[in-house]
Design a protein around this ligand. Sequence first.
Ligand SMILES: [Zn+2]
Length: 171
Amino acid sequence: MPITPEEFRAKFPILIGWINRAISENSSLARPVGSLGFRRLADYFSPSILASAKVVHVDRLPMPPLSQMGFTQFTEWERIEYGGITYLDTFFVTPKEVANEPLHFHELVHVIQWRALGPERFIAQYADGLERLGYRSGPLEAMAYDLEERFKSSPTAFDVEKEVRRLLKAP
Ligand SMILES: [Zn+2]
């Protein structure tokens, strides 16, 4: 059963509350992406993004208890083991992926998507993609994987924020 707009509006505050807590509980561990020493990211992202987007290295990614919150259609998503996950301007990375530059690139695409759409639209569109198409094929996830693939397969830099906003048709 797809989630209705009414259900979404009722549950969104619970989810965003959980997200804000996960960020604030880890804020002492958060570091700007630009401080990590990756060589290529500066060719793709502006200094302001690299200074404001934060990374937290954690043993276990904080995952919202979606089923408990009543989002029962996302059990597939809850079962996947991720290397990183982005909430608003902050992303969390597992120990195995701390040196993985393409993964950091991928999560930065999500940071830009969160900003361009705003939290409510980001979560609504992400959840809709997940429900209709599955994790890897939802439009926001597919965009992050496609751009990550460009980053990995070609040395030619491009302005990721501009490209993401163009693809989202966001100003
Ligand atoms: Zn992703």
